[in-house]
Design a protein around this ligand. Sequence first.
Ligand SMILES: [Fe+2]
Length: 439
Amino acid sequence: MVPLHTACLLLSLAPLLVLGVPPIWTQPEQVHLSYPGAPGSMAVTWTTFNETESKVEYGLLGGRLFEMIAKGGATLFVDSGKEKRKMYIHRVTLTDLKPAATYVYHCGSDEGWSEVFSFTALNDSTSFSPRFALYGDMGNENPQSLARLQKETQLGMYDAILHIGDFAYDMHEDNARIGDEFMRQIQSIAAYVPYMTCPGNHESTYNFSNYRNRFTMPGQTESLWYSWNLGSAHIISLSTEVYFYLDFGQELIFKQYEWLMKDLEEANKPENRAVRPWILTMGHRPMYCSDDDQDDCTQFDSYVRLGRSDTEPPAPGLEDLFYRYGVDVELWAHEHTYERLWPVYGDKVYNGSKEQPYVNPKAPVHIITGSAGCREKTDRFNPNPKEWSAFRSMDYGYTRMQVVNATHLYLEQVSDDQYGKVIDSIWVEKEKHGFSAWF
Ligand SMILES: [Fe+2]
């Protein structure tokens, strides 16, 4: 016969025997890199579901493996869904990296290490010609371009990725498990090259908390807006969403605007623009578009372009600001298509010349690249686009960009539907940059 105290013990354990004991999650996952902005640095970010230390062990390719160690810290992120799932987001910044040198690393702690990854430290020379992949609107389901991007990244075709908003569809869903799985999906890109982001409308739930917690962009804005330099480019990432979710703080429109103005002022100082003449912006919702989904960019009065008059005080838009400071190229997404615009300002086309529209253009060049693939599929076009619309494609795909030198920038569109075929390309050539280049 079982003694009474043993029977009581077994009874008290019964719920555990039925429910099972939850696993311990100290194994690093969702590893991704980002560039903190300071030459010779790289940030490594990953997730564990139990608390651990945050360490990266690394070394030069061909040298002694893991001979260096960097430590960082973890923040607890509690998703706001019903389950209030907890995860630890680890961040470690590597510094004093040799430009253009390749490093091998793993991340984690003595309770578990990641796979071994490698990256090439960004070349901080202004004569470097960085190669980018650009896209927005890539989801956990139907991420059509993902496999091609993974392979091309691993082939060494890109120095950095720009994901122009709308991730996972949506990161908060299924108590943020969709966010976890999406971050696992992009690991085979993002663990090898800096994965630079801006927020889109699909990140808005719980005040963008999944986005703000999971990424590690430069600056102190929880990745909402920031800028960085690479080669001869100054790259500005911004939140178009501040114009659409006033409940999260109307003041954010003005804060961002002030910051943008200061950043552009600084980038335009003659000594800065001389070495980094290209100013590129990336933001999720475009100023112009010709899709038939009735987004505000199909109207004359895009909030991003012209601001809002229903706020107190009225909120300024970005078109005038970007024009005034001579922004060269504006990268957008949100529309699930690809659209290249002629140089445009104030709804009017300002081509460099009839024969060579992108040679010394008289207004910024806009590209919309939101067709990487997601559960919402691709959008359709309005049959009668305005005159600023130069090329349109409904194929799934993404854009490649190379900032070749101070005068030449190359863009091309890859169709995933057509097995990687380049379906559009332009060279933007500028002898002069800045406001005076428009005249
Ligand atoms: Fe969007």
